[in-house]
Write a protein that binds this ligand. Structure first.
Ligand code: RIB
Ligand code: CA
Length: 312
């Protein structure tokens, strides 16, 4: 079976770094490119951070592109309070060897989807959906060519993490999210309802660190920084490891439970802007447009994550 071709769209972010490492460590996947978007920190930093993570994994072959530096219509909201000023606090920072690609991320996404065979490329957005929405707006024909979009974003029973109603990735660019959820491409959504079940407990971080390789040690250092905010906020041992759930879905979907639901995005109300309105109980006639994950086997997730990162 040839590896599945994926494009990771990302705003690193320590949990994005975890997702990139898991993907690069997994032979079932071929990362044909990484596209950076403004989100956790401004674009200049997310683009640099993506390059740093790829090089920590020893992958100077990976093409990395910069994309949107602001949401489609709104001012950028960032999350340095969670990820630190660099967006990757905890890592040993260095200037990456491989330069950023000269083209724009959106042009790269369009070009790859038009060049590769239909339904052969999976998009894995881990941040605000601005790049994906811009690609779909500029080239509506690609919607039918995308194998599926597997994204981290939203929340329903779990509420929000940046406002009481909204999760960060959707909140930053709700218009982009509405466009993506309305594009007709098959979508798998990893919401807070799942990611709040995969916590970077002390024992798990130490298991990761015990791998001893550079990627595992750097990742453990990043998680020790990243989790402090969520431990305080949620009173838990460890913080939610959001983004690698997207990659784990591609590698071992059986570890998740969920159902096909209609998902609409609030783009008008100030009170609930960016809310993902999930018709989990089918109380409307709205057509399901996403597989929404609800449960996950956390031990199986961390066994996969720790084992794979240890192979880098
Ligand atoms: O709400 C969590 C999401 O927002 C994660 O993708 C995190 O990296 C931030 O982008
Ligand atoms: Ca992210």
């Amino acid at each position: 079976m040839p590896p599945r071709k994926i494009i990771i769209d990302t705003d690193p972010g320590q949990d994005d770094a975890a997702a990139i490492m898991l993907a690069l460590a997994s032979p079932e996947l071929e990362v044909i490119g990484i596209t950076a978007v403004a989100g956790n920190v401004p674009l200049e930093l997310t683009a640099r951070n993506a390059r740093i993570v790829a090089e920590i994994c020893g992958r100077t072959d990976i093409r990395i592109f910069a994309g949107a530096d602001a949401p489609l219509e709104r001012k950028l909201v960032t999350a340095e309070h969670v990820h630190g000023k660099t967006g990757l606090d905890g890592v040993t920072l260095f200037e990456p060897v491989r330069p950023l690609e000269t083209g724009h991320a959106v042009d790269f996404i369009i070009e790859m989807l038009r060049r590769e065979p239909e339904n052969s490329v999976t998009l894995c957005p881990l941040g605000p959906l601005t790049n994906i929405a811009m690609a779909l707006e500029r080239a509506p024909d690609i919607a039918a060519r995308i194998e599926q979009i597997v994204l981290m974003g939203g929340g329903y029973f779990e509420g929000g993490n940046i406002t009481p109603a909204a999760e960060f990735n959707i909140y930053v660019d709700p218009e982009a999210a509405a466009l993506v959820f309305g594009c007709g491409t098959p979508i798998t959504m990893m919401p807070l309802d799942v990611t709040h079940k995969v916590l970077t407990t002390r024992a798990r971080v130490e298991r990761l660190r015990a791998n001893g390789n550079r990627a595992s040690v750097e990742m453990a250092n990043m998680l020790e920084f990243y989790e402090r905010f969520d431990e305080e906020k949620y009173g838990t041992d460890g913080g939610p490891l959001h983004d690698p759930t997207v990659i784990a879905w591609l590698l071992d979907p059986e570890m998740f439970t969920g159902r096909e639901c209609n998902v609409e995005i609030e783009t008008k109300s100030d009170l609930t802007l960016g809310a993902t309105v999930v018709d989990w109980w089918r109380v409307t006639e709205r057509t399901p447009n996403a597989f929404v994950a609800g449960g996950v086997d956390a031990e199986r997730f961390f066994d996969l994550f720790i084992d794979r990162v240890g192979r880098l």
